[in-house]
Write a new protein. Structure first.
Length: 197
């Protein structure tokens, strides 16, 4: 139950179908090694395609953000995406974040993200300055990991045989809450808006 004064750490995302989550879980089991204790994996249930991170919002803003999402959804039709390709930030030789790329109707995805960004700017949320790079975060390498440890993990990721392409039918956008716990983030849906364009 949310209270009016409560600050809610939130973001807007496209949620993944179970088949895609299962595919990412399979990839994780292929890459997870006991010697790589410095790697923090994202639970497959919590993996989603983030369109905009909002930070802390108030209870009142949940309705305002949802209304802005509804306005955007009226002009964007449902579209098709798929999971494609493994990568890392800054790169696979010294990974800090391991991710899976997104293919499919990238133009529609980009239009959706831009429209959400500009709709929320009118509510006081800063527009993104970095180019939008759609991806699904699989794991993060902890700050204290050595150069050799990062290299070893990157080499393992490069050798992964992730050739499956899992479909994602983007039919809705969700406003999600993220609660940080020592075990990792817990995500709950605050609202969902169907794409209707």
């Amino acid at each position: 139950m949310l209270r009016n004064s409560e600050q809610i750490r939130s973001f807007i995302a496209i949620e993944l179908p179970e088949e895609a989550k299962n595919g990412l879980a399979k990839l994780r089991s292929e890459l997870e090694r006991t010697e790589h204790r410095f790697v923090k994996w994202v639970e497959p249930e919590g993996i989603h395609l983030t369109l905009k991170f909002l930070g802390n919002i108030s209870f009142k803003q949940v309705a305002e953000v949802t209304k802005a999402m509804e306005e955007v959804a009226q002009v964007i039709p449902p579209f098709h995406l798929e999971i494609s390709g493994l990568g890392a930030f800054p790169n696979l030789k010294q990974p800090r974040v391991l991710w899976i790329g997104i293919g499919g109707e990238a133009d529609t995805l980009l239009r959706l993200q831009r429209n959400i960004d500009s709709a929320l700017a009118s509510l006081g949320f800063a527009e993104e300055t970095r180019p939008f790079m759609p991806h699904l975060t699989l794991a993060r390498v902890r700050e204290g990991a050595s150069i050799m440890a990062r290299k070893s993990f990157g080499e393992l990721a490069m050798s992964a045989s992730f050739e499956d392409s899992y479909p994602i039918d983007a039919k809705a956008v969700s406003l999600m809450r993220s609660r940080l716990t020592p075990e990792g983030a817990i995500y709950t849906r605050l609202s969902v808006v169907e794409l209707a364009g």
